[in-house]
Design a binder for this molecule. Sequence first.
Ligand code: ADP
Ligand code: MG
Length: 236
Amino acid sequence: MLAPLVFTAIDLKGVSYAFGQHRVLHDIDLHIAAGSVVALLGPSGCGKSTLLRLLAGLTPPEAGEIHFGERLVAKAGWSLPPEARDIGMVFQDYALWPHMTVAQNVAFPLKMRNVPRRERDARVVQALTRVGLAEFLDRKPSGLSGGQQQRVALARAIVAEPRVLLFDEPLSNLDSELRESLCLEMAGLLRQLGTTAIYVTHDRREAEILADRIVHLSAGSVAVDRLVTSSSGEFA
Ligand code: ADP
Ligand code: MG
C-alpha cells in the first residue's frame, strides 16, 4: 500500500544568481501551487538548469529565498542540501550508477531514508512496474536502451514518493519517436502521482503535453507565465 502523499507548494522570492560577473537569474518571483506540474521553457543558456539546481539544493542563491511549503530551504549563501529536501530528480543523461543493477539504482533513495529491506523490495518492484520495467530488475544500466535507462531514472525519482519532482530535459537524449511516447507516458504518470513537479525543457510541445502551466524564462527572468488548456497538448 502506498503511504499517504503530502504535496508542497514552492515559493521563490527575489531569487538571483550569478557565475562571477555573469548574472544568470534576475530577481525571480514564482509561486508554484502544490500538486501542479510547471514547465520551465526557454532557449539554451537562459538559466533553466541553474534555477533547477537552486530548487534541488545543489547550489545556494545569491539573493532571495526559496520555500517548500512553510519551510525555508534556501536564502542568500545558504541552502538545505538535496538529501534533506524530499525531492526526486531526473537528468538529461540519466545519471544511473553503472556498477549497480536496475533494482539497486531504484532502491537507493529508499536506503538513504532507511526503509527496511522488505518494504524496499516491494516498492522497487512497484516503481519499476509503473514505468513498465519490472522484468529488468537484475540488469545493469549498460544492458538497457536510452529510453529504458531514463525509465529507470524515473522509477528512482518516484520510488520514495518525494514531495517535489524536478526534471532537467529528461527526453533530450532520445530520438523523436521515443521522446513522444515517453512524454505521453510521463504525463500520465505525473497526473496519477499528483506530485508537485518542475519540468525543464526547450521543447514547447513537451511542455504543453506535460504541464498545467508554462513559465518562459528569457535571459534569467520570467518572460511569460501561462496556464495550459487541455486541448493545447497534442503532438502533431
Ligand atoms: P539552460 O539550462 O537554460 O541552458 P544554464 O542554467 O545551464 O542554462 O546556464 C545559464 C547561463 O549560465 C549560461 O550563460 C551558461 O553559459 C552559464 N553557466 C552555466 N553553468 C556555468 C558554470 N558552471 N560556470 C559559468 N557559467 C555557467
Ligand atoms: Mg540546461
